[in-house]
Design a protein around this ligand. Structure first.
Ligand SMILES: [Zn+2]
Length: 411
């Protein structure tokens, strides 16, 4: 039995509270213990309390002295596209020159360029690259990520990405929750109906039978998959036992939030263009919004999602990086905290709740991670600051001191 005692955290930000996602004013309650400590045994949290109490019960435990820094649950990043080959530097530079999305796609950029590079990459190369990405996440204090396929767009290509995720889970301390996003775009070699048939008849049954994904996602957007097409794919996925997430209302208010509500999806993600009706629909169906300010920022777009209205409506909001090579090349949840506070007007406490406990519930892991409470995995980070608000306040500077997964130091 390995025991650890964390002592002298200026703020032990526990997020202890009700065993469900936090809504409304609950999002501001972080359940902070000043000069806090934590006893850990066999990778799980045994107790959290003021430091002097923990010290009394520490016995032979190895001591981790936080020396007046803050300690927080590991971030849970509930929306990433972790596995891909190459980058989109050309797109980035073209966008800086003021070129439009259409111009960039015409010049050979856009999602299709990542699909081509990912299809051409070997399993070993993809795994090597994904391992580098996983290390970035850990370095930023993130200990669990959701990861989507979607750069293969063939049966073999999608299976390759999901198998790389499975191998990566064995090679890294970062926990990866796999999502099948075959319906990310229609591949150039076929029309939409042919491709949807391939997704429903071949990809989904194979992925479900090999248990390669926990969730199914669809890019529901004009020019990608409309509401009716998205409904067909997601309904088929649900019948095979997969839970649902949807890329909804990112570029146009196209009914994605309503569809998420109708299908009782676990999450609706993006929501930059979602209106009051969409918010009400998500509320009545218990859908969690996953907001991705990093992509609004990196694309230089004007509209952030209506986060304050969503909190006021009682939605259990989540924030995530949307890590991907095209529209949000950041693994940093502290950057997302900064954007959440400055651009979406969340308070620092609300943003932290959205990036930890609420995110954990959106991945079906609320009883295991996302807060520092007895019985949960000892996934936590120590940061080089004294007040949790500093995480969102200082930006562009890494503040991570050390990162632990199940009681083991990993960064
Ligand atoms: Zn995405």
């Amino acid at each position: 039995m390995k025991s650890l005692a964390v002592l002298h955290a200026s703020q032990l930000v526990t997020l202890g509270g009700p065993k469900r996602p936090r809504v409304g004013t609950e999002m501001r309650e972080l359940a902070i213990i000043r000069d806090g400590g934590m006893l850990i045994r066999d990778g799980k949290i045994r107790s959290v309390a003021p430091s002097d109490q923990i010290e009394k019960n520490a016995n032979n435990a190895e001591i981790i002295d936080a020396e007046g820094r803050i300690a927080l649950p590991g971030f849970v990043d509930a929306h990433t596209h972790l596995v891909f080959a190459g980058n989109r530097l050309e797109d980035f530079e073209r966008r800086a020159r003021g070129e439009s999305y259409e111009q960039i796609a015409k010049a050979g950029g856009g999602i299709w360029s990542t699909v081509e590079k990912t299809r051409a990459a070997s399993d070993a190369d993809l795994l090597k690259r994904a391992k580098i990405h996983a290390d970035w996440f850990l370095k930023c204090g993130t200990t669990t990520v959701e990861a989507k396929s979607g750069y293969g767009l063939t049966l073999e290509g999608e299976l390759k990405i999901l198998c790389v995720m499975r191998q990566l889970n064995e090679k890294t301390s970062l926990e990866i929750v796999p999502t099948f996003l075959g319906a990310h775009a229609v591949p150039r070699e076929m029309d939409a109906d042919q491709y949807i048939e391939l997704v429903i008849e071949e990809m989904l049954p194979r992925i479900a039978s090999e248990k390669l994904a926990e969730f199914c996602d669809v890019f529901c957007e004009r020019g990608y998959f409309d509401v009716e097409q998205s409904r067909r794919i997601l309904t088929a996925a649900r019948q095979l036992g997969l839970k649902l997430r949807i890329h909804a209302d990112q570029l146009t208010n196209s009914g994605g939030a309503q569809l998420a509500a109708e299908l009782k999806a676990t999450t609706a993600d993006h929501l930059e263009k979602t209106d009051g009706q969409g918010i009400a629909a998500m509320k009545s169906a218990g859908v969690q919004p996953v907001l991705l300010p990093g992509s609004v920022y990196a694309l230089g777009l004007p509209d952030y999602p209506r986060a304050r209205e969503m909190v006021a409506a009682g939605l259990a909001i989540v924030i995530a990086t949307d890590f991907n090579p095209g529209s949000s090349p950041t693994p940093s949840m502290t950057m997302i905290l900064s954007l959440a506070c400055t651009q979406m007007k969340l308070s620092p406490a609300e943003a932290i709740t959205a990036g930890t406990i609420n995110a954990a519930y959106s991945l079906n892991r609320g009883s295991k991670i996302g807060s520092l409470e007895p019985g949960k995995f000892a996934n936590f980070s120590i940061f080089n600051c004294e007040d949790y608000r500093e995480l969102a306040y200082w930006f562009g500077i890494p503040q991570t001191h050390s990162v632990y997964v199940r009681g083991e130091r990993v960064g």
